[in-house]
Design a protein around this ligand. Structure first.
Ligand SMILES: C[S@@+](CC[C@H](N)C(=O)[O-])C[C@H]1O[C@@H](n2cnc3c(N)ncnc32)[C@H](O)[C@@H]1O
Length: 244
């Protein structure tokens, strides 16, 4: 239940540990995502890309990883797309993909907690399976909101703590026991795939996340549940008249 979970402000591991973990798992990262979600992640990423690109030409994808959301945003029509991540290995993989596709997306190494952009720079800002790993959820949302133009949209795709009793037990078995074994075998890093369910359990439930978004100055908040209630898209609009 929501009340019994710890109300930590951010990720269960230090940023340096998180970065090193993502650096290590890059080679099998995409494959593991598709296996773990039975390919549903492809559709989820396209969904948020469409919602972001609908806002205008310039979109920032924070915690871009190997860049799949950024590529989908560009394909959905946004003309200026930037992907940012603090893992050099992830950004290296995104740049390699971009070069192979002849993409003009800019992939930058940078920290989501201190984005290297002025206030009001982007029509939309996406973050896909990234927020859960950041050291302070409220501060991260505030920073992404800062770089949005007034009226711009924040779009977050993230795992959400699962609470349905019967399916919940099955999902826990799958997510807490099977995924770490398969992830461990494929990536050689069982720790990373043990961290995954633990980090989701620590993440705010949807109602709390919406409260954090509103506190950051986002309005018109909307939640779409996906993957049998295991994943959610949260969107919000930066208040008009808000300068930063
Ligand atoms: C689970 S991956 C998600 C990657 C990609 N968005 C996707 O949908 O597959 C989480 C990413 O968040 C990045 N990340 C975590 N904390 C970050 C931070 N403070 N600043 C920038 N990137 C961060 C990690 O390096 C990693 O690439």
């Amino acid at each position: 239940m929501t009340e019994s979970r710890p109300r930590n402000p951010g990720a269960i591991a230090e940023p340096a540990t998180v970065r090193a973990m993502f650096d290590r798992i890059v080679p099998r990262y995409d494959l593991m995502n598709h296996l773990m979600t039975f390919g549903m992640d492809l559709r989820w990423r396209k969904l948020i890309a469409t919602r972001a690109a609908a806002m205008g030409d310039s979109v920032l994808d924070v915690a871009t990883g190997t860049g799949d959301v950024a590529f989908d945003i560009r394909a959905a029509g946004a003309r200026t797309v930037i992907g940012l991540d603090f893992s050099p290995e992830m950004i290296g993989a995104a740049r390699t993909k971009g070069a192979a596709r002849g993409s003009d997306i800019e992939f930058l190494i940078g920290d989501a907690m201190a984005l290297p952009f002025p206030d009001n720079s982007f029509d939309a800002c996406t973050v896909s399976f990234g927020l859960r790993n950041m050291p302070d959820y409220a501060a991260a949302i505030a920073e992404m909101t800062r770089v949005l133009r007034p009226g711009g949209r924040f779009v977050c795709l993230e795992m959400t703590p699962y609470r349905k009793p019967v399916l919940g037990r099955l999902f826990s078995l799958y997510f807490e026991k099977i995924v770490p074994i398969v992830g461990g075998v494929l990536s050689g890093d069982i720790g990373a795939y043990r961290y995954l369910p633990q980090s989701v359990a620590n993440f705010p439930a949807s109602t709390q996340l919406v409260m954090l978004m509103r506190a950051a100055g986002l309005t018109n908040t909307h939640v779409t549940m996906l993957g049998f209630g295991t994943v959610a898209i949260h969107t919000g609009t930066k208040e008009l008249g808000s300068g930063s």
